[in-house]
Design a protein around this ligand. Structure first.
Ligand code: TRP
Ligand code: ZN
Length: 864
């Protein structure tokens, strides 16, 4: 492509306020698959004095008519993706009629058909594929929406309240919706289809009755109770913890099969990926149940953090996403296990987010430069964004944090604001200075911390020196304000009081300088320090703990998260120490003993035990190396797993047999299934008749968690049963695409040399569909993320498979293509052979005709 055709970047520093406001928006949709007519009537007002042109955004629209104040108007031009209208009066009504083609729209952005139903996805900039508009989040408008469609589309839905419906003269029907709340265009939604509906109600704490409705494809009602229960729990939790109530009289959720992300918080009308809604015990795992609860919560919480107070511009995305992820994490933690939720969140940070931050797409949680906004719905903006909110929560405490939230809503309800506005509310409400803390919004990369401990037996003094070093490419005066939580354990494993000269010290240390020393006295013996307790800041902590200290922390830390964290460090240490002789890798007796104690205990938090006996993921180990030693890590971890499986075989067997799963969905049963699943994982590596019969029974269970535990155990162990069990699963579940996604993901895990051919053959499977992101991610996403040995084959065949797919997806769905590209972004972290093969795929894409902006931005960054 020539330079002028190259997608152009936008910069945060160039923000200017809009020159018009759109006071009110009236939309009429005449729905036809290839020829939908959209009539837009915008009530416009100038916000500045000069006679500047109105510039509207629009993509793939056919403009049929344009009128100003009921009179045809011709003083406009269409230039690329803009409609420029000159000499408009100070206030006027602009009418535009455009045509669009939902059926041929495979991007899943704008108005499209998903399995026969019309639906929309407007965030971030999809509204411009529906009609010409100021498609930016700081233009807030009220909407009246009329939908006209054939009667086969039984439900015609949009935001807000239904105010009219009826038949049209030509035998079709219509519905009219009105949303009383001003909103940006990205929160607009329309759905038309023939769904089954689950209805319910929720009474708010002030006594208002809210109508709840969940729309799903016909035949799926048995999979709806969990989502609706999750919604009611979320509504109640937000009232209790944040004092926030729902505002409209109706809350609708629609589940669709074709969707790029998890779900979308459109005002009063959420649209969900069906995999984030539908669940029953036969078809969904306990993990699916958890995901559904958290995403239903997440979208609900957006009603205040995102919708009532929205973003001034897309650079501020973390304002709503970081905050809403923090809220959904707290929701899950208050309802379930705080430790396990923290473990999950930190896994995401240490693997995906740290690797994004170390690669060419590294950006601050508030990016400064964007080519394609869809590329910035990232683990950095979402998850690191949530960590930044969590640090403020740690620094302020719950009471002050809630005061800050109240002040934020008092000041900004109904507005489009910035991250600075949020921090100002937090700081003003608490009288805590957050000026240094705010650097977290500007700095990309992962800060590194070094902790040096010193104990003086004679003086009974313990000193801890913490050094922070800025990530690469950051100015060196940019010390961050880091809340650094600690616990000191004595020999018996008890928590030691933190005092200095008679004064109690807070367990959260404020690290604000490059090097800082903290001293504690009256410490009777050398303590074992638990550092960065609960992952109190999103940093890489370099600590050289001995195996003894890590085992001590793993046993005694008051934070279950930190116990798990010590376990992770223990295995990382073992892998590093085995690097010189991978073929001889062996875990120490002390580690095996610690694991044995856990498996034998069968008491306490069983779900935590399951995590504590699980080896860290490949990505966790990979994060520890500048150049990722693929073969060595695989060899070592395979040997460790085999050793654990062999040495603890009888313990796993008796643990498995003694735990009774009552098949319910309560926390205890979930924990039992988690631990039994881990037992199966190891047992499958010791092949004997008893194990085979246990596996066959589990695979035959009517509970999907058990079935999947069995199947994944045999696939990962290359157990002889895997072929027959997988075939059986296929014949049993072909009618259910969401369940087939689990099967595709299992197929992608085959570590055998024919994995690539197997995947190519599965492209022809009747359940597979390149235009459905769930299918593509299940098969190829699982392959590229989890089938390490085959994806990273030295001959480059794994990379070629992904390269071929990306070329195909570029034309179908650029957003999905761009997300699937992620594994290539860290090509520089691999050895020469692999790096070269990955780079070749990136170059193939760079040379592609019609490369989408989504892929262009990432490919260009990866190569330069
Ligand atoms: N705002 C959505 C969420 O976090 C994210 C989302 C859904 C999205 N669909 C999208 C973002 C499509 C970009 C494009 O809940
Ligand atoms: Zn969100």
């Amino acid at each position: 492509m020539t330079v002028s055709e190259q997608p152009q970047a936008q910069y945060l520093k160039d923000y200017t306020a809009p020159n018009f406001s759109i006071e009110h928006t009236e939309l009429t949709f005449d729905l036809q698959p290839l020829n939908t007519k959209v009539t837009a009537l915008l009530t416009l007002k100038r916000t500045t004095h000069e006679n500047s042109a109105l510039v509207l955004d629009g993509i793939d629209l056919q403009l049929i008519e344009l009128e100003v104040d009921n009179t045809p108007y011709s003083n406009y031009k269409v230039e690329g993706e803009h409609l420029i209208i000159n000499d408009l009066p100070h206030a006027c009504q602009l009418k535009m009629v455009t045509k669009i083609s939902p059926q041929t729209n495979t991007s899943l952005e704008g108005l499209y058909l998903s399995g026969g139903a019309y639906c929309t996805q407007c965030e971030a900039q999809g509204f411009r594929k529906i009609t010409y508009f100021m498609d930016r989040p700081d233009v807030l408008s009220t909407y009246d929406v009329t939908i006209i469609a054939d009667k086969s589309f039984k439900q015609l839905l949009s935001n807000g309240n239904e105010i009219d419906s009826g038949e049209t003269q030509d035998g079709r029907h219509f519905a009219k919706w009105q949303d009383p709340f001003k909103k940006p265009s990205y929160l607009f939604a329309l759905v038309a289809g023939d769904f089954d509906v689950l209805k319910d109600t929720y009474t708010t704490k002030s006594g208002r009755e809210i109508e709840l409705a969940l729309f799903v494809d016909k035949g799926n009602l048995s999979k709806t109770p969990h989502a609706i229960n999750s919604l009611k729990k979320a509504m109640q939790w937000d009232e209790e913890r944040f004092d926030l109530e729902y505002d409209l009289d109706i809350y609708m959720i629609v589940a669709v099969d074709f969707f790029n992300m998890g779900a979308m918080e459109n005002k009063g009308l959420n649209v969900f990926n069906s995999k984030c809604v539908l669940a029953n015990q036969e078809t969904a795992t306990d993990k699916d149940y958890h995901t559904i609860e958290s995403i239903v919560g997440h979208e609900y919480f957006h009603n205040w953090t995102g919708n009532r107070v929205t973003c001034r511009d897309w650079f501020q995305l973390s304002l709503k996403e970081g905050l809403t992820v923090f809220r959904d994490q707290e929701f899950s933690s208050d309802l379930g296990s705080r430790a396990l939720n923290r473990i999950d969140a930190v896994k995401v940070m240490r693997t995906h987010q740290f690797s994004e931050d170390a690669g060419p797409m590294a950006h601050p949680i508030r990016p400064e430069k964007v080519i394609e906004m869809n590329n910035f719905y990232t683990v950095t903006v979402y998850d690191k964004g949530a960590e930044v909110i969590r640090m403020m929560h740690t620094l302020l405490g719950e009471v002050n944090f809630q005061k800050g939230m109240q002040l934020y809503f008092e000041r900004h309800d109904g507005q489009a604001v910035t991250c600075d506005d949020f921090v100002a509310a937090m700081s003003d409400a608490s009288a805590i200075d957050l000026s240094q803390f705010k650097r977290w919004y500007n700095q990309s990369g992962t800060p590194r911390l070094k902790a040096i401990q010193h104990y003086d037996q004679e003086k009974q003094l313990f000193t801890l020196t913490v050094e922070q070093s800025a990530p690469l490419n950051q100015p060196d005066n940019s010390n961050l304000h880091i809340p650094f939580a600690i616990e000191l354990l004595n020999e018996k494993g008890e928590s030691t009081a933190l005092t200095y000269q008679g004064e109690q010290q807070d367990h959260v240390l404020n690290v604000t300088e490059q090097t800082q020393t903290f001293t504690f006295d009256s410490i009777e013996s050398r303590p074992v320090a638990v550092l960065l307790e609960d992952f109190s800041a999103p940093c890489i902590l370099n600590q050289q703990n001995s195996e003894h200290d890590l085992l001590h922390i793993m046993r005694f830390a008051r934070s279950d998260f930190s116990r798990w964290d010590a376990q992770q460090q223990l295995f990382i240490k073992a892998v590093k120490e085995a690097m010189d002789a991978p073929e001889q890798a062996k875990l120490s007796d002390n580690v095996i003993t610690a694991l044995r104690v856990l498996v034998e205990a069968q008491s306490g938090d069983l779900a935590l035990i399951a995590e504590l006996i699980k080896l860290p993921s490949f990505d966790t180990f990979a994060a520890e190396f500048e150049i990722i030693q693929v073969d060595e890590i695989i060899t070592i971890t395979t040997r460790f797993e085999q050793q654990i499986a062999t040495q603890l075989a009888s313990e796993f067997l008796s643990c498995y047999n003694s735990l009774v799963d009552d098949g319910s969905i309560n926390a205890n049963a979930v924990a039992i299934r988690a631990l039994k699943g881990m037992c199966l994982h190891y047992l499958a590596k010791t092949q004997n008749d008893e194990v085979s019969s246990i596996i066959s029974n589990a695979a035959d269970s009517s509970n999907m968690t058990n079935v999947l535990a069995a199947l994944s155990a045999v696939v990962k162990a290359s157990h002889p049963l895997s072929g027959s069990l997988l075939n059986h699963f296929d014949s049993q579940w072909r009618h259910d695409v969401l369940v087939m996604d689990k099967w595709f993901a299992l197929q992608a895990m085959h570590a055998d040399a024919d994995a690539i051919d197997n995947i190519k053959a599965l492209y022809e499977h009747p359940s597979f569909d390149f235009s459905n992101p769930n299918r593509v991610r299940a098969l190829v996403g699982s392959f590229s993320h989890f089938n390490t040995s085959q994806f990273h084959r030295e001959d480059g065949k794994g990379y070629e498979l992904l390269g071929d797919l990306l070329i195909k997806l570029n034309a179908i769905n650029p957003q999905n293509a761009s997300r699937m590209l992620t594994p290539f972004m860290s090509w520089k972290r691999f050895d020469e052979t692999r790096a070269k093969a990955m780079k070749a795929q990136l170059q193939r894409l760079a040379n592609l005709d019609g490369l989408s902006a989504d892929l262009y931005e990432k490919v260009e960054k990866a190569l330069n």
